[in-house]
Design a protein around this ligand. Structure first.
Ligand code: COA
Length: 377
């Protein structure tokens, strides 16, 4: 008798395809984008260089970076339809829903949306990379009844986002910490949202549908939504002692603590030490010692009692808080960066496409007869 294959809940441990985009090595707590260690990229590159690397496979030369940045800066403005959407959509709509709807609208208005030409998809990716920050910032400002600030072409990706969000560009130190968070968020192999994007495009559906679906997947608190959940949790405590007591009780109740655990990294997330260093520097500079004491106390309890380590969302939540962003825009910021990884995966999937269609094991009722309506009880 043929052996029935094992069902892997949540596809744990299943290698679904090959990919040349990023390599996660959990036992070494290491992550590489296209062969480059992520910590070296975070230290030495700007987010734009990393986005280029993901999309084209190589780090850009000076000339390539300039051309890429120019192309991105040129497309930052929103067209009338997206501005109109922002005026129409409920002012208390969740920012992730606004972003998802805006991407869908941009796709519906792109006459070339269904092109599977890889160069055309790269161009569309740069278009979204350029527009997503404008949408996030404009949405936040209209929600707060503030004037919308148009993008500036003379600023970097990170600087321009702060400019549109707050009306000013912060110190180089804050910009670097933000850029590092974008680099670390940009790509992470077959995570749920990336896999969702690959499934969608594997049917030869269009690029925008894949990104819209990926945004929907990222929104959940078990995935990208965790960075917001982390900050809402940390904000509840007035002292490290209070955080410690709460964490002990929560673990005793078998509750999940946001910002901890990872499907792939069982001994710690490779991105955390890098981000944590920047989060601590920000806290020192901006005077958030108490917040970091709470952060440390909670981490100590979860690591010691459960042996579960923080993931990237744990240090990023407080970093974004110290930068002044509203909590509900943390996951949209994640989208602004991860769109680079999603787009690289859409391109890779299309280059070697086969529709993604796994099996399920049926566990429902055995065959039975359909009774006439009047005979059913
Ligand atoms: N807090 C407390 N316990 C946790 C935990 C957390 N954040 N994450 C996992 N665990 C525990 C589970 O309760 C489970 O314990 P059990 O075996 O006693 O039942 C065990 O660790 C395995 O967890 P499981 O949920 O099966 O792991 P997973 O691989 O399916 O899920 C996550 C991975 C990331 C979804 C999960 O760790 C989680 O929900 N984390 C919180 C959300 C988060 O930070 N997401 C961002 C991910 S980058």
């Amino acid at each position: 008798m043929a052996e029935t294959p094992e069902v892997r809940k949540g596809l744990e441990g299943v290698i679904a395809d090959e990919s040349a985009i990023s390599n996660v090595i959990p036992e070494k707590r290491a992550l590489y984008y296209r062969g480059y260690p992520v910590h070296a990229l975070a230290e030495q590159c700007r987010f734009e260089e990393v986005a280029y690397l993901l999309l084209y496979g190589e780090l850009p030369t000076q000339a390539q970076l300039e051309a890429f940045a120019q192309e991105e800066r040129r497309q930052r403005n929103l067209d009338a339809s997206v501005r109109h959407l922002l005026a129409l959509i409920r002012s208390d709509a969740a920012p992730m829903d606004v972003l998802r709807t805006a991407v869908s609208l941009i796709g519906a208005n792109d006459p070339d949306a269904s092109s599977t030409d890889l160069e055309a998809i790269r161009r569309k990716s740069i278009g979204l990379l350029a527009k997503l920050p404008t949408i996030v910032a404009a949405d936040r400002r209209r929600r707060q009844g503030l004037n919308i600030i148009p993008p500036r072409e003379d600023l970097t990706f990170a600087e321009n986002f702060f400019h549109m969000y707050f009306g000013e560009v912060p110190s180089a130190e804050v910009i670097k910490a933000f850029d590092v968070s974008l680099i670390l968020y940009a790509e992470h192999s077959f995570n749920a949202s990336t896999f969702a994007a690959r499934v969608i495009v594997s049917t030869l559906s269009d690029y925008y549908s894949a990104i819209t679906g990926a945004i929907g997947a990222l929104k959940g608190p078990l995935h990208g939504g965790a960075n917001e959940a982390v900050m809402r949790m940390l904000q509840r405590f007035r002292s490290a002692e209070e955080a410690r007591r709460w964490a002990e009780d929560a673990l005793a109740r078998k509750e999940k603590i946001m910002g901890f655990g990872h499907r792939v990294y069982r001994y710690g997330d490779s991105r955390v030490p890098i981000m944590e260093r920047y989060t601590r520097q920000l806290a020192e500079r901006l005077g958030h010692r108490e917040l970091m004491a709470i952060y440390d106390a909670l981490q100590e309890v979860v690591v010691q009692q459960k042996g579960i380590y923080p993931n990237l969302d744990y240090p990023t939540g407080p970093a974004y808080y110290m930068m002044g962003f509203d909590i509900e825009t943390y996951t949209p910021i994640f989208v602004m960066s991860r769109v680079a990884g999603w787009s690289a995966h859409v391109i890779e999937q299309l280059a070697h496409n086969r529709i993604i269609r796994p099996l399920s094991r049926y566990v429902g009722p055995a065959e039975r007869s359909v009774l006439p309506l009047e005979a059913r009880r």
